[in-house]
Design a protein around this ligand. Structure first.
Ligand SMILES: Cc1cc2nc3c(=O)[nH]c(=O)nc-3n(C[C@H](O)[C@H](O)[C@H](O)COP(=O)(O)OP(=O)(O)OC[C@H]3O[C@@H](n4cnc5c(N)ncnc54)[C@H](O)[C@@H]3O)c2cc1C
Length: 330
């Protein structure tokens, strides 16, 4: 129905990604204030069975586009399908994730629809019925309030891990409507040839709840083993500063920062990282930041909630040992 709150669901290999639940939960909160419904748009192949369960988190309806050509995300295939649906139903608000996929999709979609977009937002609220999004700017030095007025839908992409997920209600399922797909094959200029899986087996940094990260202070590639060990105990993912990546110690996919990934874990442990503004741009909105650095004047301590001034080669193994003991006790 017109004026509803919509979200764009994300799936990979047929599995719904966590950011989808965050978006639905937020959409529900907004829709309740506006007394409208929540709908999700789910694109993929053989994913229809996943749709109804999105109702657990507050979706009233799920539009499913099921097609082999939509199995994996490509801009060419996803944008026209969603744009057509949005034009036909005219939701008031459209939320997407500011994940790698969501950033690409929402930018192109907003241009296609001719509407504004508040990208990479960390909070969303309604003021006099209009959406106001909060987004970090200048590497997180300031937070801008972006007011979306005029053309509908008002579009926001939300940073993964910042919006809270409502408790699932398994008794509530969403109405599922299968969409007719109208894709022009000649317009599909890109195709996914191969998906290279992350060999570490760890959760992608953008979705990780805990990240242990290392910088130039790690000294060499093999020393990351102590961070891997700590990450194993915590069930964490391992990140790196650009210096560590440029030195060839870690792959670029591990880089956190302005030219790497933007992460928002519950806990970020920075080891041997000075805290340059470009690094803070990527991890500054982590919920709790712990820094281990031997330099008491390192800028990271200004951002950290907890700091250890000392040699990481002494403190990281110590931390790992103590956490292991705690874990075995519980
Ligand atoms: C356009 C641009 C984009 C950039 N994008 C990014 C980005 O995306 N991500 C990013 O990280 N950087 C980025 N940078 C680089 C950034 O400016 C910094 O150079 C980089 O973050 C520094 O990495 P670092 O903290 O690991 O190294 P350093 O700044 O050299 O810090 C190393 C730290 O380790 C500490 N240390 C050393 N030995 C030990 C020890 N034994 N125990 C404890 N502490 C120890 C030192 O005290 C020091 O504070 C970018 C720069 C530019 C210009």
């Amino acid at each position: 129905m017109a004026n509803d709150v919509w979200i764009i669901a994300e799936q990979r290999n047929g599995q719904i990604r966590k950011v989808t639940y965050e978006l639905i939960s937020e959409a529900r909160r907004l829709a309740d204030q506006l007394s409208v419904s929540v709908a999700a748009v789910l694109l993929g192949h053989a994913i229809e069975d996943k749709a109804a369960a999105l109702g657990n988190y507050g979706a009233d309806k799920v539009y499913v586009a099921d097609d082999q050509r939509l199995a994996s995300y490509t801009t060419d295939a996803y944008v026209p399908v969603i744009a057509e649906l949005v034009k036909a139903h005219q939701p008031a608000i459209l939320l997407a994730g500011a994940s790698v996929q969501g950033k690409d999709l929402s930018a192109r979609l907003s241009a296609r629809l001719g509407v504004g977009l508040a990208m990479d937002s960390t909070a969303i609220q309604l003021v006099d019925g209009n959406l106001v999004a909060t987004r970090p700017m200048y590497g997180g030095k300031v937070f801008a309030q972006i007011s979306l007025e005029g053309n509908k839908p008002q579009m926001v992409s939300a940073r993964p891990n910042v919006l809270s997920v409502s408790e699932a209600n398994p008794s509530k399922s969403a109405e599922v409507e299968k969409m007719a797909i109208n894709l022009d094959d000649s317009a599909l200029k890109t195709k996914l040839v191969e998906m290279l899986a992350d060999e570490s087996g760890r959760v992608d940094l953008t979705e990780a709840e805990i990240i242990v990260s290392g910088g130039r202070g790690m000294k060499e590639e093999t020393n990351f083993k102590i961070l891997e060990d700590l990450a194993d105990v915590l069930g964490a993912s391992v990140g790196a500063s650009r210096s560590a990546v440029d030195a060839g110690w870690r792959p670029h996919t591990d880089q956190v920062g302005q030219t790497g990934k933007v992460v928002t874990p519950n806990l970020y442990i920075a080891c041997g990282i000075s805290g340059a503004i470009q690094h803070l741009a990527g991890m500054g909105s982590s919920k709790v930041i712990v820094a281990i650095n031997k330099d008491p004047d390192a800028p990271i301590f200004q951002k950290a909630d907890y700091g250890i001034v000392g040699d990481l080669f002494e403190y990281v193994p110590l931390l790992q040992e103590e956490l292991k003991k705690l874990k075995s006790q519980s």
